[in-house]
Design a protein around this ligand. Structure first.
Ligand code: NAP
Ligand code: ZN
Length: 353
């Protein structure tokens, strides 16, 4: 074992603060990574503040962070995919059982035994739970390490590891292509990636935002139209017209208002994970045979496909790079929807801790 620097929270009401954590020495299938950048996902906030306790409670201390890019510093004796010096990424998962039907089908995220990058029981027993990317170093099984396209800005790549794949996967699953009318609800970290990817897939993209000040940005990011969702008249103009809507909202909101915008057989996929349940009116679904579904990140093969797609289309996140000392302020700003459009921590800032 060796010591790594990190930022952790010791309770649901504590700020994140400097800490020292144990990491395992690389075993034969492991890759040790010097973390260069880590994105700040709204899931980090939900987890640190234990807002998902009905689903998965948080074990403290928690070290969040699952949008990791870095450089390989060491590899285990059996590692074949990576060598020292390679640029790599790690997303929301670091392991799974590898034997169940979902794993075999490439859906490691839906394995009963997925090990998430943070707050999952640590099968190596280095610590009670896994510790995430708000740290200068991490050790991960090579099967859960991704290759990063070398033509892209590294800070802007970090958010692809969660926000990118979480939006890419349902857009692909629901057949978004040229000629489809696609809505993206919420222009935050996930939403802005959804806009870029849906645009690159050739769809007609409409952004729904509660923040009128984001209109120009939405158009620049690739939206064809922008609707301020608090304006009922603007909403009504789109009734019954969408093939697909991706809902990325992090807090409780009226999903019926969006279901009513779907055409026959249209689908809304929830990727946002609000703390409180959403209410669904039966009539929002039964009229138009509409469907509502959910989606969680994406499998490892699909994540590599997404990274390669972003490399080919020159897609990265729009980021505000921050030193780790500003992470608590960034959390407060996320709660005010004040992010353009992803905070990314420059891990060099940990050196002074
Ligand atoms: P974010 O950057 O904070 O963006 C969320 C956006 O939702 C905000 O920018 C805002 O957009 C809108 N919003 C916030 N509060 C709202 C409210 N009360 N009513 C209506 N709209 C509101 O968050 P994120 O990192 O993109 O994450 C979004 C959600 O996805 C979180 O719940 C996160 O945990 C979840 N998530 C899920 C997965 C998965 O695998 N399914 C993966 C990652 C994250 P406007 O200003 O444009 O309205
Ligand atoms: Zn995330």
């Amino acid at each position: 074992m060796y010591n790594a620097k990190a930022y952790s929270a010791v309770s649901a009401t504590s700020p994140l603060a400097s800490d020292t954590i144990a990491r395992r020495d690389p075993t034969e299938h492991d890759v040790q990574i010097e973390i260069l950048f880590c994105g700040v996902c709204h899931s980090d906030v939900h987890s640190v503040r234990d807002e998902w306790s009905d689903f998965m409670s948080t074990t403290y201390p928690i070290v969040p962070g699952h949008e990791i890019v870095g450089r390989v510093t060491q590899v285990g004796s059996a590692v074949t995919k990576y060598k020292s010096g390679d640029l790599v990424g790690v997303g929301c998962m670091v392991d799974s059982d590898g034997t169940c039907p979902n794993c075999k089908a490439g859906f490691e995220q839906f394995c009963q035994n997925t090990v998430f990058t943070y707050n999952s029981p640590d099968k190596h027993k280095t610590a009670p739970v896994t510790y995430g990317g708000y740290s200068n170093s991490v050790v991960v099984d090579e099967g859960f390490v991704l290759r990063v396209p070398t033509n892209l800005d590294l800070a802007g790549v970090a958010p692809l590891l969660c926000a990118g794949i979480t939006t890419y996967s349902p857009l692909r699953h629901w057949g978004v292509t040229e000629g489809k009318k696609v809505g993206v609800v919420g222009l935050g970290g996930l939403g802005h990636m959804g806009v870029k990817i849906a645009h690159a897939l050739g769809a007609h993209v409409v952004v729904f935002t509660t923040s009128p000040g984001k209109t120009e940005d939405a158009l620049r990011l690739g939206a064809d139209e922008v609707v301020v969702s608090r304006n009922a008249d603007e909403m009504q103009k789109h009734a019954g017209s969408f093939d697909f809507i991706l809902d990325t909202v992090s807090a409780k909101h009226d999903i019926n208002a969006y279901l009513n915008l779907l055409r026959l057989d249209g689908n809304i996929t929830l990727v946002g994970a609000p703390e409180k349940p959403l209410e669904i009116a039966a009539f929002s679904l039964i009229t138009g045979r509409r469907s509502l579904s959910g989606s969680m990140i994406g499998g490892i093969t699909e994540t590599q496909e997404m990274l390669d797609f972003c490399g080919e289309h020159n897609i990265t996140a729009d980021v505000e790079v921050i030193p780790i000392q500003k992470v608590n302020e960034a959390y407060d700003r996320l709660l005010k929807s004040d992010v353009k459009y992803r905070f990314v921590i420059d891990m060099a800032s940990l050196k002074s801790e």
